[in-house]
Design a protein around this ligand. Sequence first.
Ligand code: HEC
Length: 110
Amino acid sequence: MQRFAQSLTILCAVTLLTGTADAKDAFDLKSESFDLPTGDRTFIGAGADPVNNNCLTCHSAEMVMVQPKLSKANWEGIVKKMINVYKAPVPDEDVGPIIEYLSNHPTAGR
Ligand code: HEC
């Protein structure tokens, strides 16, 4: 009986080891690429410069301006998401003016 238990233990260990190797192959990570909408429009009007300088690197002005009319708090959340999640390199001093512009110009760029 003890021998049986020993064999069972070894069998389980072998199964686990082989299982791990299979799992590693199954989770081979691949890079995917996708295109975001692009366009040649820019943000217009007073205070548009910081938005043009910081928000057109990855996507079009349309991508920003097709949003429904949003509150200042909503825009702040979006700008922070661009910076923190998507790593948009926005200088600290531009963050306030960008949020200000977007909440005051709900249709700019359309
Ligand atoms: C580093 C790249 C990058 C930069 C720079 C960038 N964004 Fe984005 N943005 C993205 C990506 C990626 C998405 C798509 C996210 C999705 O599909 O959910 C996106 C989507 C958006 C959307 C669509 C709504 C949403 O929440 O997904 C808005 C609005 C937006 N960005 C605004 C801005 C503004 C304003 C700026 C300038 C402060 C900016 N973005 C700069 C990468 C960037």
